[in-house]
Design a protein around this ligand. Structure first.
Ligand SMILES: CC(C)(COP(=O)(O)OP(=O)(O)OC[C@H]1O[C@@H](n2cnc3c(N)ncnc32)[C@H](O)[C@@H]1OP(=O)(O)O)[C@@H](O)C(=O)NCCC(=O)NCCS
Length: 320
């Protein structure tokens, strides 16, 4: 566990409430605008994270969304996510003028305690590879670099190609929760993506695609596009999992990918982003041949028992 730094006098870490949301949006915007402005050497204003995604995180993990309060003011925010026995946190944000006072560490300890209470055996996160502060922050808390997380981007044009996969409605997704859990465990015995998928469906964060053969669930994909079109022109492929025992994995994966591209394009999105482990060369080649370009690479860090996503067609974004 991260060592609690000399605690700032009067600092309180507590679960977020719905009344905190507006302040948390502002903390996030300030933290990311400051980081981007320093990196780019010019003033940058980050878009405010939409209320809808914060409400969704609160629905998913009410005790795992934490705020740090100092003298009655929210000065930091962190969101935890439980995927079976694998837990991760992000976004993670402290007001610029309150950084380097141990507030991030106090939030990190809060997230770790929550995830461990929930039985997570692997704790992880993604961060930018070019940020020494963040790397120090997590590595001194016992996190080791698992590998890179590649971020690829595709410009969406009309011809996404025919796909057999259509988005499912929320009722279908909720009725498939047991199947999504079982499919997750086929991907890795520690994983369960069912609540993540249910959150996307219930909170209208984008689209959920379920690939079935008869009654058998062979694959799932979740694409997010919750920013208003005037604030962001892109969608993000958050999760794809194809049954590693299925014979037609490639077809299933391509059907899900094309379905997500068509859906995103139909919603006026101009670009689709994906993130996946850099060690998966097959996935890299597959995206490359489907019109994606490499945009950036982050680092994925973990603590706990050995873990990495298994399966040729398995990707999940550890970034909020
Ligand atoms: C990352 C973040 C949450 C950390 O919060 P914080 O309150 O500043 O964290 P703490 O004060 O608890 O710890 C900061 C540590 O980084 C160290 N640090 C500060 N600047 C550093 C630098 N340039 N290089 C290396 N280490 C640095 C501090 O010395 C401290 O380490 P120490 O306790 O071992 O001395 C905060 O910087 C932030 O909001 N950043 C912008 C958004 C972001 O990057 N979020 C994380 C995405 S994964």
């Amino acid at each position: 566990m991260a060592e609690p730094a000399k605690p700032l006098k009067g600092l309180l870490v507590r679960p977020m409430s719905h009344e905190d949301i507006a302040t948390c949006q502002e903390v996030g915007s300030q933290a990311w605008s400051d980081l981007a402005s320093r990196e780019l050497g010019r003033k940058v204003k980050y878009p405010v994270r939409p209320r809808r995604i914060i409400e969704a995180y609160l629905w998913k993990e009410p005790e795992g969304c934490l705020v740090a309060e100092h003298e009655g003011r929210v000065v930091g925010v962190a969101y935890s996510h439980v995927w079976g026995k694998v837990g991760w946190f992000g976004p993670f944000e402290v007001l610029p003028e309150m950084q380097d006072k141990g507030i991030g560490t106090a939030l990190l300890v809060g997230c770790e305690r929550f995830l461990e209470r929930r039985g997570c055996k692997v704790l992880g996160l993604e961060t930018m590879s070019n940020n020494p502060k963040n790397l120090h922050f997590y590595m001194r808390g016992g996190y080791r670099i698992l590998g890179s997380s590649l971020i690829m981007e595709k410009e969406l044009r009309s011809g996404a190609g025919a796909s057999s996969c259509e988005p499912s409605n929320p009722e279908e997704v909720i009725a498939s929760i047991g199947d999504i859990s079982a499919l997750s465990r086929k991907g890795h015995p520690l994983l369960d993506y069912s609540r993540e998928t249910e959150m996307a469906a219930r909170h209208d964060l984008g689209a959920v695609l379920l690939a079935r053969k008869g009654s058998r669930l062979r694959g799932v994909a979740v694409v997010h596009s919750y920013y208003a079109p005037n604030e962001s022109d892109h969608a993000s492929l958050r999760l794809v999992l194809v049954d590693p025992r299925a014979k037609d994995q490639e077809d299933c994966f391509n059907g899900l990918r094309k379905g997500c591209e068509s859906w995103s394009f139909g919603r006026g999105r101009k670009r689709l982003f994906v993130r996946f482990p850099g060690e998966n060369l097959e996935l890299y080649r597959s995206f490359l041949s489907s019109g994606y370009n490499l945009a950036a690479a982050n680092l994925r860090l973990v603590r706990g028992i050995p873990f990495s996503e298994r399966g040729r067609y398995h990707l999940a974004a550890w970034a909020g």
